[in-house]
Design a binder for this molecule. Structure first.
Ligand code: ATP
Ligand code: MG
Ligand code: FE
Length: 349
């Protein structure tokens, strides 16, 4: 099966052509620099840039793959969750192409895309597995029992891990997006110089939630440390702060994922999403899973942050299971991953 897939849920416009589990062509146009000036993503600008970027991206992936629209089995686009106006651009474009060329259309859940990104790498061991999804908007532990069969076992109660990287980077005067900037700054730093809190979530009956995360306190702790150091008048040890922060986030992600996998009887931990690009996190996850006799997989580096190839793969898995979306399918700014199946209902809500 071969599909053309579009991704426009936030500030990346992307197109890809995927055949089976192979990416025939993929292209991403990032708007990050444009939004960096405003300190965050401006929805209206994002939509406009998607409109401008998509035609060239689609032409490019078709040309690179050597395929024509007639060769495709379906056209897909991310339809939830994300910025409604931005999602609409990809969705309308994909539905128009599908209708025009008589192909099925598939609306894809962005997080199902991230989950599928791991299938673009080494094959997974058989059986259910645990996914740590760490991105700009989500931090979740998801049990996967098969295509479309998801159970969320843990999540962040406040900031997402990627969001925390972005906020701490701004605080340290590093660039946007924060993840790569922190990673670069941390390379020369001492990860043991500062200790930051692990952000635990209290339960009403006492004790702590074993698999939930909280990152807002961590961000505040870094701020306090920066203020204290600034008060002393010495130059800010940015590398040590970045390394210690990165170490703190990675440790808590790895510890809770491994504990969750062991207690749920899952033998494999899978790392996906933009933050999965982080090398310290990858290294610690490799060490911790090995120590507990677990196996682990991570999405290929190029498919950790937003891309259309992962969306195409998610569409192919749905298509193979007989799924297709109605051509009038809308977009949704919010939609829990567990409900991704509604996108293929004959009469979606
Ligand atoms: P979501 O998928 O939750 O809707 P998103 O699509 O904006 O959010 P992604 O594109 O998956 O998120 O990931 C972007 C996030 O990943 C940003 O917060 C960015 O700082 C972070 N990130 C990217 N590279 C790295 C890295 N090397 N280390 C840590 N974080 C990183
Ligand atoms: Mg993005
Ligand atoms: Fe994403």
């Amino acid at each position: 099966r071969t599909v053309l897939a579009l991704e426009t849920s936030c500030d990346e416009s992307a197109a890809a052509i995927v055949a089976g589990r192979r990416v025939l062509a993929g292209a991403v146009a990032s708007q990050m620099e444009e939004h960096a000036r405003w300190g965050g993503v401006v929805p209206e600008i994002a939509s406009r840039r998607h409109v401008e970027a998509l035609p060239a991206l689609i032409a490019r992936v078709l040309e690179e793959s050597g395929l024509a629209m007639a060769d495709l089995d379906a056209v897909a686009a991310t339809v939830a969750p994300g910025l409604a106006g931005a999602l609409l651009v990809g969705s309308v474009t994909a539905r128009t192409l599908a209708r025009l060329h008589g192909k099925p259309f598939l609306g894809v859940h962005h997080l199902e895309g991230h989950l599928c990104s791991v299938h673009l790498g080494d094959p997974l061991p058989s059986g259910p597995y645990l996914v740590l999804l760490v991105s700009g908007g989500h931090t979740e532990l998801i049990r996967v029992d098969g295509p479309g069969a998801y159970t969320r076992l843990g999540r962040s109660r406040d900031d997402a891990a990627g969001e925390c990287f972005d906020k701490v980077a701004r605080l340290l005067g590093l660039g946007y997006p924060g993840g790569p900037a922190i990673e670069a700054a941390a390379a020369e730093g001492d990860p043991g110089r500062f200790r930051f809190p692990k952000g635990r979530v209290s339960l009403p009956e006492g004790g702590f939630h074993p698999y939930d995360f909280s990152f807002s306190g961590l961000k505040t702790a870094v701020l306090r440390q920066v203020q204290r150091l600034a008060g002393e008048g010495a130059p800010l040890p940015v590398a040590d702060l970045a390394a210690s922060f990165e170490q703190g986030v990675a440790e808590v992600l790895v510890e809770r994922s491994c504990r969750c996998a062991v207690e749920a009887g899952l033998e494999t931990v899978v790392l996906v999403g933009g933050v999965a690009a982080n090398r310290r996190l990858r290294r610690l996850m490799g060490e911790a899973t090995a120590a507990r006799g677990l196996s682990w997989r991570v999405a290929p580096l190029a498919y950790c942050t937003d891309n259309a190839a992962m969306v195409g793969l998610a569409a192919i898995e749905r298509l193979e299971a007989g799924g297709r979306s109605v051509i009038s399918l809308g977009v949704a700014a919010r939609l829990p991953l567990e409900q991704a199946g509604v996108l293929y209902a004959p009469q979606p809500p």
